[in-house]
Design a protein around this ligand. Structure first.
Ligand code: PMP
Length: 367
């Protein structure tokens, strides 16, 4: 096990530090007042403080199921399991599949790689291309592992999005060979232009689809979920029960109450999409002006811009930048073997325009 670079480096930052490191939503966009009102209503009767079922608060599961169904992925509330963030969803599923092999993307989400280690899965990483995972590499690895973990929408860390062709190719391959997909989609609602069909909707009997309110409402509530067919979902419930009985039910009620105003939630999502889209453009423009040697592709959604600096060790660069109060995540953190050391992940959602420009100018001067 190794500590997350981001959590470790946060201990060395000060109020002055310009951070492009954490995947933090922009606080000014939290629907704070609406959630506070929902919090008041969620606590309006003593029964809201009682234990609840392990699978999760039914009205919330119904809301989530409705959302899938509206998007063309028919879902029942019994096909949803509420978890403490999607991080716990990854833990529950891979405790169930402990000690197996698993195919992941290179690079991939560090928090997932850590939990796979914890549950003793043997990870095999396949290169991520600009339109999704390398299909030949995937086919080879999946043939062996029969279990895959993919982040097809605005991936963490790369910001990359799978094309519809790649989604279909992955689904077809999983369908033909048998086996299981864990599709992690905490960023899917944060698209700038359009959304994409989930791979899970193409193979509903062979997939777990993971969602989260962390990026679209508030991470502090720690509410995520697993969407899976009942034969896949039911065996996970004893695991959830053994781990923590159930997810914080006050937080579940707060979100269920907030979601009862469907239009307000839709408006909130639209605000996030347009604001993050503008932020991304602004960050990209600042990169082109102040760090022109950084090579990257603009993401189509999410929170990250990812790219490379030719011939530069970004893990050394970040230590020098930290002394000047600027941080980012060196790409090395996101590879199993740490072999690639000239890449950077920038979070673009959390800093103001002035800080973005100042931070990039500092990185340039350090370079
Ligand atoms: N999966 C991915 C790809 C993530 O980026 C994150 C958060 N950084 C998570 C899962 C965990 O999110 P949470 O537990 O807050 O839902």
């Amino acid at each position: 096990m190794k500590r997350s670079f981001i959590r470790e480096i946060l201990e060395h930052t000060t109020n002055q530090t310009i951070s492009f490191a954490g995947g933090l939503p922009n606080e000014s966009l939290f629907p704070y007042e609406a959630l506070r009102d929902s919090g008041y209503r969620a606590l309006s009767e003593p029964s809201s403080l009682q234990y609840t079922t392990s699978q999760g608060y039914r009205p919330l599961r119904e809301k989530i199921a409705e959302h899938y169904t509206k998007q063309g992925f028919p879902t029942k509330s019994d096909e949803i399991l509420i978890t403490s963030g999607s991080q716990q969803a990854l833990d529950i599923i891979t405790r169930y599949y402990h000690s197996r092999e698993i195919t992941i993307e290179a690079p991939s989400y560090l928090g997932a790689m850590n939990v796979f280690n914890l549950n003793r899965l043997e990870q095999s990483a396949v290169t991520l291309e600009t339109d999704g995972i390398d299909i030949d590499g995937f086919a080879l690895s999946f043939q062996q592992s029969k279990l895959a973990y993919l982040i097809p929408d605005f991936q963490n860390p790369t910001g990359l999005t799978y094309s519809e062709e790649k989604r279909r190719a992955v689904a077809e391959h999983i369908e033909n060979t048998g086996g299981i997909l864990i599709e992690d989609s905490p960023y899917s609602e944060l698209f700038f232009e359009r959304s994409y069909p989930s791979i899970s909707s193409m193979i509903p009997e062979q997939s777990y689809h993971l969602g989260s309110f962390s990026k679209v409402l508030a991470p502090a509530l720690r509410i995520g979920w697993i969407r899976a067919s009942e034969p896949l979902l039911q065996p996970l419930i004893p695991y959830k029960e053994a781990m923590d009985l159930h997810t914080n039910s006050v937080a579940q009620r707060i979100i269920a109450d907030y979601l009862s105003d469907t239009e307000a939630f839709q408006r909130h999502l639209e605000t996030l999409r347009s604001s993050y889209g503008q932020k991304m453009e602004l960050f990209a423009k600042a990169l082109d002006e102040f760090l022109p040697m950084f090579q990257y592709n603009k993401p189509k959604g999410g929170m990250f811009i990812y790219g490379s600096l030719d011939g530069i060790s970004t893990s050394s660069l970040v230590q020098k930048c930290l002394q000047k109060d600027v941080v980012f995540v060196p790409g090395r953190e996101f590879y199993l073997d740490g072999s690639i050391d000239n890449e950077i992940r920038f979070n673009f959602t959390n800093s103001s325009e002035d800080k973005i420009i100042e931070g990039l100018q500092i990185i340039h001067s350090v370079l």
